[in-house]
Design a protein around this ligand. Structure first.
Ligand code: C2O
Length: 342
């Protein structure tokens, strides 16, 4: 039986996954009696998601304005920036019961819902931003860390007075430090080897180590499965490495290096936009091989989000399979790792 939406009224204090202690923040969303089954709206003009390092000042000004407006919404508005950050905490930090097996907690990471859940999360975040600046074509920028040209933190996030700045980052990883896709605080990579190593990491995650669907998506997760059955290649590898690389160099890693606080850093959304883009790229590379699980246990799973009109909506995995049907496209950029077969 597929995972279904949690009962928001049963949200409780979750767990700090870095310390295994109860969280000292409340990340439960507002409760709403009315839930609408979400239908993808007809696609008008596509939203365009640019590479962050290529986007240019006019675009940055719009993006900064939108985030500033989102931070200025009333704190109880589900579209407020902190509320949006808490959506991530609530779905990750074991605050919800699993509907159908309330002894278990819900966790959408480390399983086959990682890509679809985050796709929906970014989708609504993007639509809220677009609405705030009255631009229905606004698209989130992606941090193109799989390409040497994008392997430093996009400079717009490092401007001290920008709404995109977060003071809780590892200051030795601000530009021009090279992002290390195999980062671990214990064993630093030789700086001269970072770029070739990153390309090898990407080739492994996208091509070499993903013969089965679960290898890419993560393990099956249904009603009755305990949290964390197992992540897919990108989630486990480059994705987690960069969370830790950006976050402050402390045992608890706030903001980016700890799941409850990670989405308080605006760069989270560009990091995940690239993860989402890699999903689209991977599908393109599959050729005739299956791209999706055919099981209703995957396709019919559903989640809850607040949309750009502050309406609580129920969304399904099946509607995430094609980003163009969701109304957005990615800037086309080189895939240098694809030629990096070892
Ligand atoms: Cu929801 Cu990068 O984690």
């Amino acid at each position: 039986t597929p995972i279904t939406s949690p009962d928001l009224s049963k949200c409780s204090t979750g767990t700090n996954l870095n310390t295994q202690q109860p969280l000292d923040v409340n990340c439960c969303p507002p409760v709403s009696k009315e839930i609408i089954d979400y239908k993808l709206p007809p696609v008008g003009k596509m939203r365009f998601r640019p590479a962050a390092h290529l986007a240019g000042e006019d675009y940055y000004a719009k993006f900064e304005k939108a985030v500033e407006l989102m931070k200025a919404l009333p704190p109880e508005d589900p579209r407020n920036f902190m509320q949006q950050a808490n959506v991530h905490c609530a779905y990750c930090n074991l605050t919800y019961q699993q509907t159908g097996d309330p002894k278990l907690k819900l966790q959408i990471h480390n399983c086959w819902h990682f890509f679809p859940w985050h796709r929906w999360y970014l989708y609504f975040f993007e639509r809220i931003l677009g609405k705030l600046i009255d631009d229905p074509t606004f698209g989130l920028p992606f941090w193109n860390w799989d390409n040497p040209d994008g392997m430093i933190m996009p400079e717009v996030f490092a401007r001290k007075h920008s709404p995109l700045f977060d003071a809780r980052r590892n200051t030795s990883h601000l530009p021009p430090a090279l992002a290390d896709l195999a980062y671990s605080s214990k064993s630093p990579t030789n700086p001269k080897k970072i770029i070739p190593n990153n390309l090898t990491v990407m080739y492994g995650e996208m091509v070499r180590n993903v013969s089965k669907l679960e290898d890419f998506y993560g393990a099956k997760y249904v009603v009755g499965t305990a949290p964390d059955p197992g992540p897919g290649s990108v989630e486990r590898g480059s994705h987690m490495a960069l969370h830790g690389w950006v976050g402050e160099n402390t045992p608890t890693g706030e903001d980016m290096g700890n799941f409850y606080s990670t989405a308080r850093d605006p760069i989270f959304y560009s990091h995940h936009t690239n993860v989402d883009r890699l999903w689209t790229v991977w599908r393109g590379l599959r050729g005739p091989k299956p791209k999706d699980f055919p099981d209703s246990d995957w396709l019919d799973a559903d989640f809850l989000f607040y949309d750009e009109n502050a309406q609580l909506v129920r969304v399904k995995v099946v509607d995430t399979l094609d980003n163009e049907k969701m109304g957005y496209v990615y800037q086309d950029v080189d895939l240098p790792w694809l030629k990096n077969r070892p």
